[in-house]
Ligand binder design. Structure first.
Ligand code: CMP
Length: 136
């Protein structure tokens, strides 16, 4: 069943560093997403640790949190029908080398860490991730 949904997207430090924000935003808009909110910020490692808490037992957790806090990021609330799934499809596989042709990570991703974008992986996580960055 289709439903209008919101999801959180992050353009990660590797993509911001290469000035890819506008190109990537254009891909979202071309694919029917509305960008409801956006802000460019740099977060502390402690905030990255909170954001990625679901991964805290993973071996890559520390590097992941170091990385997300290593430079400016662009966080956005995207809206579309079935936005969570649609964004995941548009981003492609976590590891850019496994990502399908035409996906954002295939086009811009450098490595599994520097994979250019993050997107919520479920509707519930989308709500808490949006609150994490945009609750005022
Ligand atoms: P993201 O969608 O932001 O969610 C967690 C991130 O952890 C993921 O993208 C990757 O950049 C990073 N990561 C690093 N190593 C791994 C791994 N082995 N499996 C999954 N994610 C990983």
């Amino acid at each position: 069943m289709s439903k209008i949904e919101q999801t959180l997207s992050i353009i990660k430090p590797d993509a911001v560093e290469r000035s890819l924000e506008n190109e990537i935003k254009e891909i979202f808009v071309t694919n029917g997403f509305s960008i409801l909110k956006e802000k460019k910020i740099q977060i502390e490692k402690s905030e990255a640790e909170k954001f990625y808490k679901v991964h805290e037992t993973k071996p890559f957790y520390n590097d992941l949190c170091e990385y997300l806090s290593s430079g400016p990021i662009l966080v956005m609330v995207l809206e579309k029908e079935n936005a969570v799934l649609g964004n995941r499809k548009l981003m492609g596989a976590t590891n850019p080398k496994d990502a399908e042709e035409g996906t954002i990570r295939k086009k811009y991703g450098i490595s599994i860490d520097k994979n250019s974008v993050h997107g919520s992986d479920s509707s519930d996580n989308a709500k808490s991730e949006i609150d994490f960055f945009f609750e005022d």
